[in-house]
Design a protein around this ligand. Structure first.
Ligand SMILES: Cc1cc2nc3c(=O)[nH]c(=O)nc-3n(C[C@H](O)[C@H](O)[C@H](O)COP(=O)(O)OP(=O)(O)OC[C@H]3O[C@@H](n4cnc5c(N)ncnc54)[C@H](O)[C@@H]3O)c2cc1C
Ligand code: FES
Length: 279
């Protein structure tokens, strides 16, 4: 796939919660090729400090306008948050593989599971899934009510949205994995009788993803995970984002290979492919 380095004007960079921002800019080149789960490598300042770009997922596409949703955690994202409408933005993309979101006609039901800012790439996925399916469930986990992201946006897409908060200030008191457990247990027997299968797409902090892995392994549910690692080049050249993967006959080109680069081979993996003890 062709990768572009585009320099555009920011349309909007809006604070959406205590530490999260949504930025939009127009790029026809990227918008017409990008797939949910792919990401951009973004230059956060006009100087060489910080030197490295920061990887941020595509959050939304509307016409040719690209949206990103990001949380301020350090210097790079802090600098991004200071940009305003009309400022230049320099991005490389689309990068990475993206989700395999083709559903088997009428017999797969998608569940999107996002923890914290991990919800960011799942909204673009939901935008695309609505073209195939009207029965999308979205599970959103956050520390508290003020940090829940994108509920209204998912509802506007007619998704069934369920929420968990660590402090019980909204939705169930618990984690998004508790929500997923509730979906899997009763659904499983009901779905079996209707010959339906669940397909899970998830993104969030590693401890959450480990628990999702344990849960879906128990119920043998097909699941794809978008993984976040610190990245330097973003294109498979520096090996900085290497992870250990299982020798999975279906998913490996070379059966002896058991290391992959998150930026090039991912960030989306079959959840079974990752060696979770090593992450
Ligand atoms: C494929 C991919 C997609 C991503 N999509 C989004 C997104 O849509 N929205 C969003 O808010 N964030 C996303 N991230 C995480 C984002 O890249 C980091 O938060 C960002 O690089 C931090 O940069 P910084 O300079 O602000 O912080 P730094 O000062 O570099 O680091 C601050 C803290 O963040 C941690 N950190 C730094 N880089 C990463 C990273 N790549 N992944 C996880 N933790 C990191 C550091 O260990 C440190 O604890 C994504 C990461 C990847 C790999
Ligand atoms: S960031 Fe360089 S190989 Fe992935």
């Amino acid at each position: 796939m062709k990768i572009f380095n585009v320099k555009k004007e920011i349309i909007e960079n809006k604070k959406v919660s205590a530490d999260c921002y949504k930025m939009t800019f127009e790029s026809k080149e990227i918008a017409c090729r990008v797939k949910p789960g792919q990401f951009l490598h973004i230059k956060c300042s006009d100087t060489y400090d910080p030197l490295l770009r920061r990887p941020i997922s595509i959050h939304s596409i509307k016409n040719n306008v690209i949206g990103i949703l990001y949380k301020v955690v350090g210097r790079g994202t802090g600098l991004l948050s200071k940009k305003t409408s009309g400022d230049p933005i320099d991005v490389i993309g689309p990068l990475g593989n993206g989700f395999d979101y083709q559903l088997l006609a009428n017999c797969q039901l998608p569940i999107l599971v996002g923890g914290g800012i991990g919800i960011a790439p799942l909204y673009f996925l939901a935008q695309r899934l609505t073209e195939q399916c009207s029965n999308i469930t979205v599970l959103i986990g956050a520390s508290n009510k003020c940090n829940i992201l994108c509920i209204d946006e998912f509802k506007k897409l007619d998704c069934k949205v369920k929420v968990s908060t660590d402090d019980g200030s909204d939705g169930i008191n618990g984690t998004v994995v508790d929500l997923l457990k509730k979906e899997l247990v009763p659904e499983n027997s009901k779905l079996k009788t209707q010959n339906l299968k669940l397909k899970i797409f998830t993104c969030g902090p590693v401890p959450m993803l480990r628990q999702v892995h344990q849960l879906v392994s128990k119920y043998n549910v097909s699941s794809q995970v978008s993984l976040e690692r610190q990245m330097a080049c973003g294109i498979g050249a520096c090996m900085g984002c290497t992870i250990k993967t299982q020798n999975h006959p279906e998913s490996l080109r070379d059966k002896t290979q058991n290391y992959k680069q998150v930026c090039k081979d991912g960030p989306v993996f079959d959840i079974k492919e990752i060696v979770w003890e090593d992450i």
